[in-house]
Ligand binder design. Structure first.
Ligand SMILES: Nc1ncnc2c1ncn2[C@@H]1O[C@H](COP(=O)(O)OP(=O)(O)OP(=O)(O)O)[C@@H](O)[C@H]1O
Length: 234
């Protein structure tokens, strides 16, 4: 049997507002995303990127059409089904939302909280492992206030990855970073795609990282206007 895609959207529409104020934000989106790939969603402000990311990430209810995530239909899914799916996802946002009073390692451990009462020693080992992966092994006891912007974002990446998610959704993860730190963060996600088959979907305006993607999808006014492979990965 052919393996299914980790993300499949078909005939997806989305609306905001009620009555006269009702406005369609996404129009008939059809998209299959390959396992282990790094896909960038781009497009002008208001084109629907965040709406698509949050629909795919089980953060917004699917109103019309279909989104299948890891084989599970989201349209009509129960809260219990959504909760168990979210445990298989990692999220990285522009505002990294680290807890200022917790060390880097404790912030990363927060990424395992939703996963119940696994062995604390194993959880700490997992947190140390991902901090090592993002090059911050020697900063594990630092508070966010003592880390640079790039280091904080790498802690946020480690927190998203500590549960070994099947899919990572990232919204502008490099916006606050210098070129080198942004490159490091994206390279890390790309490597995970190759080593663990982690699938990443990333919204970005950052032209500096486009060529690192496997696929670039451009939205305009809620529709896909271009779906291409960057020249350098051909
Ligand atoms: N909660 C909301 N209520 C009403 N309209 C919304 C809401 N969220 C988004 N929209 C509208 O839906 C459309 C798509 O918005 P979305 O935030 O997905 O765009 P975007 O491409 O992510 O933009 P940006 O790059 O500015 O973040 C826009 O017209 C926006 O005004």
């Amino acid at each position: 049997m052919a393996e299914s895609f980790p993300i499949e959207a078909s005939g997806l529409n989305h609306f905001f507002g009620e009555g006269e104020a009702r406005k369609q934000a996404i129009f008939d989106l059809n998209l299959n995303i390959e396992r282990g790939s790094l896909t960038i969603l781009m497009g002008p402000s208001g084109s629907g990127k965040t709406t698509v990311l949050t629909l795919m990430g089980c953060l917004r209810e699917v109103q019309d059409g279909s989104v299948k995530l890891l084989g599970q239909e989201l349209n009509g899914a129960s809260e219990a089904q959504l909760v168990s799916l979210r445990r298989r996802l990692g999220f990285i946002f522009q505002a990294h939302n680290l807890h200022e009073s917790l060390t880097a390692a404790q912030n990363v451990l927060m990424g395992l909280q939703v996963h119940g009462n696994a062995n604390p020693a194993k959880q700490r080992a997992a947190a140390d492992h991902v901090l090592d992966l993002v090059g911050l092994a020697d900063r594990r006891t630092y508070l966010p206030g003592n880390l640079s912007g790039g280091q904080k974002q790498r802690v946020a990446v480690a927190r998203a990855l500590v549960s070994n998610p099947d899919i990572v959704f990232a919204d502008e993860p490099t916006a606050a970073l210098d070129k080198e730190s942004g490159h490091t963060v994206v390279q890390m996600l790309k490597t995970l795609g190759q080593t663990r088959q982690t699938t990443t979907v990333m919204v970005t305006h950052d032209n500096r990282i486009l060529e690192m993607a496997d696929r670039i999808i451009t939205l305009e006014d809620g529709r896909v206007v271009s779906d291409r492979v960057p020249k350098t990965t051909l």
